[in-house]
Design a protein around this ligand. Structure first.
Ligand SMILES: O=C(O)CCC(=O)C(=O)O
Length: 304
């Protein structure tokens, strides 16, 4: 992260990195996403919120884009992104959650701009991030380094032109000391969006890196009816911090590298230390044992 990028991130709370994804990666991500969408039409896919899909879902983990495999696994620790996250979060940061979001003219995808985050208390008690966030989405720069509670990397799979809609924020609001006034929080149409909200244009393959402390949201889509904005969000915390109540289970992804495994660890002050790895492994083993015992029990019940 060069001096200009550091300056702009501190000043505005986000930066746009051009051409982070190459064409074959965009195609692979796109094709895997579209196959998945054939049987899941939700505009939000992935692990953004804790939901149990069925009774067999293990505790603590939720659906994730990582299940789509291929380039979705590469995005965990993309070499081009790593230096930015190390600068913004410190060493041994962790992937906290991920999701894909589709913006389009489809009625169920039409959304109000809901500005959330912002200020030192991350938007206060009325904030979407607020009820579960005791200031977790913090931003600070001191002693020559950045401190962030949650940093998002938004990979765009489609071109998003000025006026289409998509990512928007109030630049600088991550340092605001006063909560966002309620009157400015919601905008149902682009015409209602306050003039100080900046809509960020991006091209397919670009990545927007932003601190969740910056007041941000999605501008209602006004792109042509046959166009969509498909964005993949990978969100990272310092190693001792969690936003999501769900943790990844790296055992679900046998093909990932040991560095990626470390980045999927649950939060702890130790970071990816052998001690925490052993504890996590024991929790996974016990979960498997529990599943085995439950299966045995239902077999016994069925044969009675
Ligand atoms: O559509 C966007 O880029 C904003 C998404 C958002 O509000 C969030 O990630 O918290």
């Amino acid at each position: 992260m060069n001096e200009e990028e550091k300056y702009l991130f501190d000043l505005r709370g986000f930066i746009v990195l051009k051409n982070v994804l190459q064409e074959p990666q965009i195609q692979d991500l796109s094709q895997r996403l579209e196959s998945f969408r054939e049987h899941n039409t939700s505009p939000i896919l992935g692990s953004d919120r804790t939901t149990f899909r069925n009774e067999h879902d293990p505790a603590w983990s939720s659906a994730s884009l990582l299940e789509l495999g291929g380039s979705y696994l590469d995005l965990i620790d993309l070499p081009l992104i790593t230096p930015y996250l190390e600068t913004l979060l410190g060493e041994h940061y962790r992937l906290d959650h991920d999701y894909a979001k589709i913006d389009s003219k489809m009625p169920k995808n039409e959304k109000t701009l809901y500005l959330h985050g912002g200020g030192q208390g991350s938007g206060g008690p009325a904030d979407l991030v607020g009820p579960s966030d005791g200031g977790q989405c913090f931003y600070r720069y001191s002693n020559g380094r950045f401190f962030n509670g949650l940093v998002a990397v938004a990979f765009e799979l489609d071109d998003v032109d000025q006026r289409d809609g998509g990512f928007a924020c109030i630049p600088g609001s991550h340092k605001s000391n006063i909560g966002l006034p309620a009157a400015w929080r919601h905008s149902k149409t682009q015409a209602e969006v306050p003039h100080f909200v900046e809509q960020v244009a991006a091209s397919a393959g670009d990545a927007i890196i932003f601190t969740e402390a910056c007041a941000h949201g999605t501008i209602p889509w006004q792109g042509a009816p046959d166009r969509e904005r498909r964005t993949l969000f990978y969100k990272y915390c310092p190693h001792a911090v969690a936003w999501s109540p769900c943790y990844y289970n790296s055992n679900n992804y046998p093909d990932i590298t040991s560095n990626q495994q470390k980045m999927l660890m649950p939060p702890s002050a130790y970071g990816p230390h052998t001690a925490t790895e052993n504890i996590w492994q024991k929790a996974q083993d016990e979960q498997l044992e529990l599943q085995r015992l439950r299966a045995e029990l239902s077999e016994i019940k069925a044969t009675r």
